[in-house]
Design a protein around this ligand. Structure first.
Ligand SMILES: [Zn+2]
Length: 872
């Protein structure tokens, strides 16, 4: 699809030619700032003082006054403004309110409609975590302590670096100047226009940015170095702390490939002269799509000899995500934060598509099934929320970046619509949307209108149910057969919940994909009403009502059809098999179907090497194993689970075979890891042997296999082995090894060693750029040591959460209850969590607590049903 340029009827796509795609006006965006004054262009000059964590600045903003006004209001935080002038003359009064994050200027006389200039000097702060302009300490490759400056503005933190209209609808141009040590390099959204050195300081001015929202501003400076290339007129750079820049070689090559593909997909060439990728040590988690200057946590951009295939996959897929934002997000921006899903779901969907296209042997689209399942678990809660969430105050925007719903559910919905409309029509709609709203903002409705136009279908009517209401449907399929064996389906729906009842009685227009028989093509069917009927092949053929696993819904088949599917399980196309496994497991978890219906499917796998199916099964077995821990039935279940996994392991063996795909290698690692956790003596013995060889020669285990082998060894470690593992961790060559080896230490089962592991996680052995690792390490420790992990967490929470900056409250509210449900009284967890997040996050806490209560109830049920099954 990407290899040939398809000539589109773009001529028909002028903005004016398509009245459905009306131009954006700021009134369409909610927000706190008045719309009567709009910034057009900013000129900002800052002088950071890293040692004092402060900055001084001078700012001049050209404004358009749309209605005469005596006051001007914009965002500021922790800044003191002075020498404030309007059209060169002093103003009556300047009031900054840090609580409201607003500055209000009273003019001596009202400003007339037209263009004016506001200017001022100010002083502000450099932050110590990733909000606004922040200072990041790190150890350089030689071990010397250094600091660099970088920025993280989304959602509402540009105002911490300079006062501005900090809402996404206020697009303006930005000319940024910064004065930094002369030995430093500096990177911004645009190329450097001018660099003047005076003594030991350099003053750098970047070219004017295009019109863009403030949350996309980027500025990094420090002892940075880059590698670069130019392709098709775009200058690509990968920046890292000096000495690590060559670890960006893969990222540089990836960026060239991805940009070329996206230029073609969007039929709108990347509009900036350059695209930099900046590896920030520590700083923040993940990456940020600043226009022309994407920042990444360095672990998601740089690759070294220590990197594994998982690291390489992370780099490509995150690059593909952030680069998709250069169009959807940056060139076209959501009007307001309630449409953040437009940015995020789209980027995730596009990234999966691109990663799959360029790395077919990773089977990336299939692997997205795990993300979809994660989203479905979250969305099967009574307390779930719609993809489109009302955000009244931009200060709540950060809390609406709910990864499971905003990213993963949205991505799955787009994939379902793409399949339903056809990939070409879907792409044509996207092209029309980008062209119509370039350098502007848009709403979800605008996207649906563009897709209506390209597909001729009422996409908006179908889509509303998926983005405007929480949850998703369970489709009940009841087959009837005529005398000749021809099958007719009767289809109904209701909301799928893991527990509780659906008070709203929600319903959806569901784009089904039906396949009868294992080789037949699927056909699309829109389910719009209860008891809808459709012909579907013959009754003795297997049936999928979610062919290709493309739908965001669950399917429950009548007993006879499920029996046919189970008998033919080995012959199903891989995606249909994963859909069946996912659905049957969810039906068991929800108490709708009995456990043996799922175990019968799992037992039908035999030695088939379908990676995605096995990973699903391994996940379900791990859930049961966790439930059985400490019960009399644990060993019997572990033996049963080993017997299911063993045939696959016999096929796979320990060592990769020549020409084996990455997906099969992933399966091997997964099966070995599970067998190790399930206490398989031969696996543990072999892991120990390999670890002994590793101690004398690290090259004896490939980076891909180190994590699983070290984890199995750590689980069963005595004090001496633990000491060896710890020595390996201390000697890690780079952060990739540090993260991998310290994580292995946390797998220990011995309680005394676990206490040592907790102390290590909190110690200064972890370098400052890996500060965020500490919380992840304690989370791993919680798998077997709930009390220890919980107490270390609450005793050190401030320090542990600091690296997560604005995301910390969401982590506490939604994920802490999910981590500590099994060993800490839920009332204790809930009380602590509620006391440590803002009051308006009550619903997020409700979600976390609902999951915790569900898991606790499920545990007892799984133990009872599993024991009954094994003693039948
Ligand atoms: Zn994103």
């Amino acid at each position: 699809m990407h290899t040939q340029r398809l000539i589109l009827t773009l001529a028909a796509w002028g903005v004016a030619a398509s009245p459905a795609l009306a131009a954006f006006s700021p009134e369409q965006a909610p927000g706190r700032l008045p719309k009567n004054v709009i910034p057009l262009s900013y000129t900002i000059a800052i002088v950071p003082n890293v040692a004092a964590l402060s900055l001084t600045g001078r700012e001049s903003i050209v404004l358009k006054v749309r209605a005469a006004t005596g006051t001007i209001q914009f965002n500021s935080l922790n800044e003191k403004l002075h020498d404030v002038r309007f059209d060169g003359k002093p103003v009556k009064k300047t009031m900054s309110n840090d609580k409201a994050q607003l500055t209000t200027i009273a003019l001596i006389k009202p400003a007339a409609v037209g263009t004016h200039t506001l200017s001022f000097s100010y002083s502000g702060k450099i932050e110590e975590s990733a909000q606004g302009l922040f200072a990041q300490p790190y150890l350089d490759p030689s071990g010397a302590k250094r600091t660099l400056l970088s920025t993280q503005m989304e959602a509402t933190d540009a105002r911490r670096m300079f006062p501005c209209w900090d809402e996404p609808a206020f697009r303006a141009t930005f000319r940024l100047t910064a004065t930094v040590p002369a030995g430093w390099a500096a990177v911004g959204n645009m190329p450097i226009a001018k660099r003047v050195v005076r003594g030991n300081l350099a003053t750098i001015t970047f070219q004017d940015s295009p019109r863009m929202p403030s949350y996309l501003i980027e500025f990094s400076a420090g002892e940075l170095a880059q590698i670069s290339a130019t392709k098709n007129g775009t200058q690509f750079g990968v920046w890292a702390v000096r000495g690590l820049e060559n670890n960006g070689a893969t990222a540089l090559a990836n960026a060239e490939i991805i940009l070329a593909d996206y230029n073609e997909y969007f039929a709108y060439p990347y509009p900036l002269p350059k695209l930099d990728s900046i590896a920030v040590p520590g700083g923040f988690q993940g990456a940020m799509e600043n226009w022309g200057a994407i920042t990444y946590n360095d672990q998601t951009l740089l690759l070294s000899a220590s990197s594994s295939i998982v690291n390489r996959q992370t780099v490509f897929s995150i690059q593909a995500h952030e680069m998709a934002h250069q169009w959807n997000g940056d060139l076209v921006t959501m009007a307001w934060w309630d449409d953040i899903w437009l940015n995020e779901s789209f980027a995730s969907w596009m990234a999966a598509k691109e990663t799959d296209l360029r790395n077919p042997d990773w089977k990336w689209s299939e692997a997205q099934d795990e993300d979809k399942e994660d989203a479905m678990s979250a969305d099967a809660r009574v307390t779930s929320h719609p993809i489109q969430q009302h955000v009244t105050d931009e200060l709540q925007a950060t809390n609406s970046f709910d990864p499971q719903i905003t990213y993963s559910k949205g991505q799955a919905i787009l994939r379902m619509f793409e399949a339903f409309l056809g990939a070409d029509k879907f792409r044509d709609g996207i092209r029309g949307y980008i062209k119509a709203f370039a350098y502007s903002n848009a709403t979800t409705g605008d996207l649906w209108n563009a897709l209506n136009f390209s597909s001729g279908q009422d996409v908006r009517a179908i889509a509303a149910g998926w983005t405007e209401q929480a949850g998703f449907p369970l489709v009940s399929v009841v087959a009837s057969c005529d005398a000749a064996g021809a099958r007719t389906l009767q289809l109904s729906q209701k909301r799928f919940l893991l527990q509780g009842v659906d008070k709203q009685q929600a319903s959806w227009k569901i784009p089904l994909q039906i396949r009868s028989g294992s080789d037949a093509a699927a056909h699309a069917l829109l389910l719009t009403h209860q008891d809808q009927t459709a012909p579907a092949g013959r009754c003795d053929e297997p049936l999928s009502a979610n062919a290709g696993a493309l739908g965001f819904y669950r399917t429950r088949y009548d007993a006879a059809t499920l029996a046919v599917n189970t008998r033919n399980f080995g012959r199903l196309p891989d995606p249909d098999r994963i859909a069946l496994l996912d659905d049957q497991w969810a039906l068991v978890e929800a108490g709708i179907d009995p456990l043996p219906t799922y175990l019968a499917l799992a037992a039908s796998m035999g030695s088939d090497l379908d990676t995605t199916a096995w990973i699903q099964i391994a996940g379900a077995l791990a859930t049961i194993e966790y439930a059985e821990r400490g019960t009399p039935g644990h060993e019997a279940f572990a033996a049963f689970a080993r017997s299911l996994l063993k045939p696959a392991f016999e096929q796979l063996g320990w060592n990769a075979k020549p020409n084996e795909t990455a997906a099969v290698q992933r399966l091997r690692r997964n099966v070995i890891r599970q067998l190790g956790t399930l206490g398989d003596p031969a696996i543990i013995e072999e892991a120990r042997k390999r670890f002994a060889a590793f101690l004398s020669d690290h090259k004896s285990i490939s980076p891909d296999d180190q994590a699983i082998i070290l984890n199995i060894v750590a689980q069963n470690a005595d004090a001496a082995t633990f000491e060896s593992l710890h020595a390996v961790a201390r000697a890690g060559k780079d952060e990739t090894e540090t993260r991998r080896y310290y994580a292995a230490l946390m797998a220990v089962r011995d309680p005394l060693l676990a206490q040592q592991a907790a102390q290590i996680a909190l110690s200064s052995e972890i370098p400052p750029q890996a500060d965020s690792l500490r919380l992840q390490l304690l989370q791993r420790l919680s798998d077997r040591h709930q009390q220890l992990s919980w107490h270390e967490f609450i005793d050190n929470s401030e320090r542990l959460l600091k690296p997560f900056a604005a995301n910390a409250p969401l982590i506490v509210a939604q994920y802490m209850p999910e981590a500590y449900w099994s060993g800490i009284p839920l009332s204790e967890v809930e009380a602590w969590v509620r006391a440590h997040v803002p009051a308006e996050m009550g619903e997020n806490v409700d979600r976390g607590m609902e999951t915790a209560r569900f898991k606790l109830a499920e545990k007892d049920r799984l133990v009872r049903d599993t024991d009954a099954y094994l003693h039948r």
